[in-house]
Design a protein around this ligand. Sequence first.
Ligand code: NAD
Ligand code: LMR
Length: 326
Amino acid sequence: MKAPVRVSVTGAAGQIGYSLLFRIAAGEMLGPDQPVVLQLLEIPEAQEPLQGVVMELEDCAFPLLAGVTTSDRAEEAFADADYVLLVGAKPRGPGMERKDLLEANAAIFSAQGQALNQAARPSVKVLAVGNPANTNALIAQHNAPDLDPRHFTAMTRLDHNRALAQLANRVGCHTREIRGLTVWGNHSATQYPDISHCEIQGRPAPELLETEWVRETFIPTVQQRGAAIIKARGASSAASAASAAIDHMRDWALGTPEGAWTSMAVPSDGSYGIDAGLIYSFPVRCSGGDYRLVEGLAIDDFSRERMEATAAELREERDAIRHLLP
Ligand code: NAD
Ligand code: LMR
């Protein structure tokens, strides 16, 4: 058995937390031979429900669960952390503008970035799930100057998985039979799910799918899926979001399947003309605990316009909270 690694989760008593923690403890994120210590962060008001979650974790008697700690102090929850999932965030309240949400969460993610800088292991891998996820990751990264900036990522894997499901339903195949899908940009309604390089059952997707369906149905459905779930469920996606967080971290830690790529929002290095530094979703391959961008994909005019629109939104978000970046 390997030595345990430390996994910190914020917002651990929330909806996503409730779907996420049990799967991490069962080994679905880091593998069936990797013990984990869970370090759970919640606000003071949520400590009691958090204790209920801890009781349930104990009651599962997971063979891989080497310990659980709880705290309302980020430095304590991030101590020596190897992996950190930043899920806790302030939800949008009545009458709250997007800018207010950005500012409220900017305060949380700047404090948590500083705490990561102080307490986490230098090699820590960070995933921001709490919205606005890309900009929250950017804020945490800027507040953690001693950590590897490439290790601050945000979650667009849920969008990627949603796009796979839409394509599989349309064609009548399994999601496993689809390769080469990319979600570009922001985890928001401007994201661009791109099938240009996609193969379905070994055939180029643009040959199988009508352009009108791709542009008028597929892209808006994926972009609006989060809102559709909120409307239907009365609450935002939780189990699928937790599943996507597991997929993101598992692939980063253990690698993407041979020949495949996935979508992760990572700091841009200027590839594909995207402003260096923005946390932007790209096609990535992972191996050896690292990710690298898939380079050299041909980008047509339609894609270029969509990629630029979502980059423009990320620039706007960054500019709205720029005064909070150190
Ligand atoms: P939730 O409201 O059920 O849970 C959030 C938890 O975070 C709460 O328990 C709250 O007490 C806690 N929290 C708030 N501020 C905190 C802080 N400063 N430190 C620690 N914990 C804090 O929400 P949820 O359904 O679990 O969703 C969490 C976030 O994930 C939301 O921002 C949601 O919009 C986002 N989300 C992102 C994606 C994605 O694909 N990136 C998908 C779904 C949801
Ligand atoms: C989702 O994509 O399901 C969520 O990000 C939606 C939301 O606003 O919480």
